[in-house]
Design a protein around this ligand. Sequence first.
Ligand code: AMP
Length: 208
Amino acid sequence: MNRIVLLGPPACGKGTQCRNIVNLLGLTTLGTGAMLRREVESGSDLGTDLDKYLSAGNYVPDELIMTMVNNWLTAQNGNGWLLDGFPRTLAQAESLEANPTTQPTLAIGLDVPEFELEQRIANRRECASCDSTWTVSPGQSSECPSCGGELRSRSDDALDSFRVRYANYKEHTQPLFDYYAAKGKLLFINGSNSPEDVFASIKKFLTQ
Ligand code: AMP
């Protein structure tokens, strides 16, 4: 049974590797950032509340995200899954540990230095239809290579917002690398390599 969590700073390649792993292992997946952005776009009262956190680059409160993720996990009926962007705090990690059926079997930690992340953020686009994330080069079409939807920049990818998100990551999420390492569950990956090389390392581990 695979229950995998993917950890790493903003723009480290979590979205890309999530797609690769899901295709390799046939898992269902939840990207918490995409889930929250959908709620904001729905215009609901909850979405209006969430928007305050997301647009400033702040994490949403633990209780709120834990309830949303727990609802999703319950609906998986004990099947394997991959979580992209959860847990991000110690309280979130401990909420998964509290139930034997939600304890991760593996935590994949992608590490990329800050200067490289800033460059990537500037070229990052998200598909308005299927939520997938892509890196674009100048002059490239704004069509999603996966579904043909419209690629657009994320409002929280502005540099100011990125810096807040990165500071939150350093304070709250990076310590989870040690948390999972202490449990013998961490696969540490250098995310500076090309997406193909990063996936090759992950695949080697998952299929050995
Ligand atoms: P992402 O798309 O993973 O970069 O997430 C975008 C934003 O959603 C983050 O900057 C946070 O504001 C929020 N978010 C996503 N996942 C979580 C989480 N597990 N805990 C708190 N906030 C989250």
